[in-house]
Design a binder for this molecule. Structure first.
Ligand SMILES: *[C@@H]1O[C@H](CO)[C@@H](O)[C@H](O)[C@H]1NC(C)=O
Ligand SMILES: *[C@@H]1O[C@H](CO)[C@@H](O)[C@H](O)[C@H]1NC(C)=O
Length: 441
């Protein structure tokens, strides 16, 4: 609802800005990066102006044992601050000390001054009002005995960095843009160190670690997956499962990019360069090596379609055919403002790029995926439907819970692609899963 109130203001902003026209193919890399920097906010500001980032399905009341707030180790205090400089905390529920499940919370990201500064005054940018105890009733930190992770040690990483869990600012390096701290990647490093110190985690062979996150936390899962595996070392079997973290499908260009005069670069490339620079992002080491060989900016490694082929840890990707947030709030944003719906051929391309790339990768690397034919962001990508236990999203005979169970218990990576569209499925835009709404957050 509030979205509608924001739109006219936003439209004026965009219309009044005269962005520089450029064509990527005519520029060398330094010029390209500078041009991207000056154009990116105009393209990405639909992210910063949209107000529908809900707090994911984490609750302050629930059944069983809560996850409790715990400070970071002393040696990480100066490298893990929230945006506003307040201290970071983990939420931990003790369980099997040789098995850990860690979840990176989502909730949008910081784009430009006004939204970043505002974020720093909320619980998504400051720990000042964080509760002592939290519960997860629906996702990978659930204590539901049907979950293969129910008796793991549970670590909930609350999102206060606005940086998709990639930032590396420290007190010593000083804050990043707008005087804010982007330290999300350092917070992940701190959690691993805490587990190693308090549980001796990884000191014996046969230990297990499951990394997941939704939306911005899904991006964080992709960006930290191999880092977690290399940090924990050979005694720990690491598995990753990003939920709705593939921003954006390969080769996607926002429909209105040409109207901004931004030609010859994909939305991915623009987002990667701009955001990685702002967040001082940590990048996957093998992806950076690939970027250097390909004469691409290393910052391209921020986004899913460029990064995922370089993730060597086993990974189960949960991604809808049509990521609603990407389509509604970014790629087709200006068309939505004009009350025009996103053109059907664009939607068909979006789905095709998403599924084709994941299918290709599933053949080449240890990657499985779960892809419902839904027009949804994270709303249906979790283990349990807390509103109606019988109505889980089923894709090719499996739920995401089934896929996670096979992955966790047997190391089996399955490819589950919705086939409800029938014969015309490839050419049509038909979200046809019977249960797309699951209240996952
Ligand atoms: C956790 O549950 C699994 C079965 O799901 C069981 O094999 C294991 O022993 C349990 N671990 C602990 C510490 O209770
Ligand atoms: C892995 O386990 C072995 C046997 O317990 C231990 O000696 C070794 O130090 C562990 N490795 C790491 C990196 O902790």
């Amino acid at each position: 609802m509030s979205m509608i109130l924001v739109l006219p203001v936003y439209f004026v902003l965009v219309s009044s800005v005269a962005p520089p026209l450029f064509n990527a193919s005519e520029l060398d890399q330094t010029e390209l990066l500078d041009q991207i920097e000056t154009s990116a906010v105009n393209l990405l500001k639909s992210w910063s102006t949209h107000t529908s980032f809900s707090d994911p399905a984490i609750t302050t009341e629930g059944k069983g044992v809560p996850m409790t707030k715990i400070p970071v180790p002393e040696s990480f205090k100066d490298s893990t601050m929230c945006l506003d400089g307040s201290p970071f905390f983990f939420y931990i529920r003790p369980g099997d000390p040789t098995r850990v499940a860690l979840f990176l919370q989502g909730g949008g990201l910081c784009i430009e001054r006004f939204d970043c500064e505002h974020r720093a005054t909320t619980r998504q940018g400051s720990s000042n009002d964080w509760e002592e105890e939290l519960y997860d009733e629906s996702n990978i930190l659930s204590q539901d005995p049907r979950s293969p992770l129910s008796n793991y040690t549970h670590v909930f990483m609350r999102y206060c960095s606005g940086d998709t869990w990639t930032g590396t600012n420290t007190l010593e390096s000083g804050p990043g843009r707008y005087g804010l701290y982007f330290s999300g990647h350092n917070q992940v490093a701190a959690a691993l160190s805490h587990l190693q110190t308090t549980l001796d985690f990884g000191s014996t062979p046969g230990s297990h670690f499951f990394l997941s996150g939704a939306s911005a936390g899904g991006i964080g899962t992709n960006n930290n997956c191999d880092f977690v595996a290399s940090t924990l070392g050979p005694n720990v079997s690491v598995k990753c499962s990003p939920q709705a973290g593939l921003f954006f499908p390969q080769d996607t260009t926002a429909l209105w990019q040409s109207r901004l005069g931004v030609e010859g670069v994909t939305t991915n490339q623009i987002a990667s360069v701009y955001l990685s620079r702002m967040f001082s992002s940590h990048h996957d080491a093998s992806c950076v090596a690939h970027a250097i060989r390909s004469l691409d900016p290393a910052s391209f490694c921020w986004e899913g379609s460029y990064l995922t082929p370089h993730i060597s840890t086993p990974i189960l990707v949960a991604q809808n055919f049509w990521d609603q947030l990407q389509i509604d709030n970014i790629l087709c944003f200006q068309d939505n403002l004009k009350q025009a719906s996103c053109p059907e051929d664009f939607l068909v391309d979006f789905k095709t790029h998403t599924i084709e790339q994941l299918t290709e990768l599933s053949v080449k690397q240890q990657l499985g995926f779960f892809a419902p034919s839904c027009y949804m962001h994270t709303g249906n990508l979790c283990l349990f439907n807390t509103e109606d236990d019988d109505e889980n999203v089923v894709v090719a005979g499996r739920t995401y819970l089934d896929a996670v169970k096979a992955f966790v218990e047997d190391g089996e990576l399955t490819v589950s692609v919705d086939d409800c569209g029938g014969e015309g499925g490839d050419e049509d835009y038909v979200p046809c899963n019977e249960v797309c709404e699951m209240h996952c957050g």
